[in-house]
Design a protein around this ligand. Structure first.
Ligand code: CUA
Length: 365
């Protein structure tokens, strides 16, 4: 994950100084665009292929990428044909001296009309083929899975993802945030809701985008055939921190997934040492329980991520920051400096309380 974070960071810092785009001349604009493109390219490299629509890890993304390559290759051939025709015409016009009859004789006119008619017909046929293939891909993507899928309820929030793995016995239902675990080789259906504004879930290695619309339940399904860690991203502008609304998908072999699920279904680890006990007291006495839930404790808030197994997650802040002690300390003290506008308020506290709180959070495995 480290690489992901660096990649996004470089992109963010490059896009940050937007003034350069607006207030200076063309040179500054070109430079800024250059920096952005370089940063985007570097960001792409740093992702190690984990977030790429061109690197499919399942049947849905495989279909999308096949359609993409067909469209891009046929369009490139069409573009080349237009450019070559233009160039040939320009060279011919240059070579032959101006003659008043040129292009006006009936045979020449007729020949030109026929060529234009052929070109229009070819364009219509190509666009029609594109449309049919597009419909066919769309239909294949929405066809219901053939085997019993794993269902995950997803709720989009400004700016994080809540995920719930329901179970027939309520105590075994798992609620987590921003990191999904899925078994490879089995269809996964996401039931999508939003708690506030329109978001869009996009995991390019696995499928296309699907909007989360307040007041509606929508669904999308995909399957991962290649184990790996994939990155998703909110793909619909949803407010200040839209760009920092990421998620991480761990596609694990079925046995490893079952182990993860069993661990998440178990109750939160109680504080095992006096330091962690003090940390729990700090957590419960502060404003944390108003928004966060830790199963088995009085903290039952539902506005922020469920922290029952917080330490099992590799990232915080919706996939944007590593879940390490230093970063977490900064986040707890003032999340606003990382994600201005995020609902988590600053939590000023003494260093002993902070250390204890961090110890407590780190043992919530
Ligand atoms: Cu949520 Cu953009």
């Amino acid at each position: 994950m480290q690489a992901d974070i660096h990649g996004t960071g470089s992109m963010w810092s490059a896009i940050g100084p937007r003034r350069a785009l607006g207030s200076h001349g063309g040179g500054a604009r070109t430079r800024a665009a250059g920096v952005m493109l370089t940063a985007l390219a570097l960001g792409g490299c740093a992702l190690h292929g984990h977030q790429s629509a061109l690197d499919p890890a399942g049947p849905q993304s495989g279909r999308i990428v096949s359609l993409w390559w067909f469209l891009i290759i046929v369009s490139a051939i069409g573009w080349l044909a237009v450019v070559v025709t233009l160039a040939v015409g320009a060279v011919r016009a240059e070579r032959s001296p101006d003659s008043p009859e040129r292009g006006t004789s009936p045979e020449v006119e007729h020949r030109l009309h026929r060529r234009i008619a052929w070109a229009v017909a070819a364009t219509v046929v190509i666009l029609f083929v594109f449309m049919v293939l597009d419909f066919r891909t769309g239909a294949a993507l929405t066809r219901a899975p053939a085997v019993q899928p794993l269902e995950i309820d997803i709720v989009g929030h400004q700016w994080w993802w809540e995920a719930r793995y329901a179970d027939s016995s309520p105590q075994k239902s798992v609620t987590t945030a921003n990191e999904l675990h899925i078994p490879v080789g089995r269809p996964v259906v996401l039931q999508l809701r939003s708690s506030d504004v329109i978001h869009s879930i996009w995991i390019p290695n696995l499928n296309g985008k699907k909007d989360l619309i307040p007041g509606y339940v929508r669904s999308v399904w995909f399957q991962a055939d290649t184990p790996g860690v994939y990155r998703g991203q909110c793909a619909e502008f949803c407010g200040d921190q839209h760009a920092k609304m990421g998620l991480v998908i761990f596609a694990d072999p079925p046995q490893k997934f079952a182990q993860w699920l069993a661990a998440e279904q178990s109750p939160a680890s109680p504080p095992s040492a006096s330091m962690a006990e003090r940390g729990q007291a700090v957590f419960l006495a502060g404003s944390c329980p108003l928004c966060h839930r830790i199963a088995g404790t009085p903290a039952q808030g539902g506005n922020g991520p469920d922290l029952t197994h917080f330490a099992s997650r590799t990232t915080i802040a919706a996939g944007m920051l590593p879940n390490s002690r230093g970063v977490l300390a900064g986040w707890v003290l003032n999340a606003q400096q990382f994600k201005p506008g995020v609902k988590m308020p600053p939590n000023p506290m003494g260093s002993a309380d902070l250390q204890a709180l961090l110890v407590y959070l780190e043992q919530l495995r």
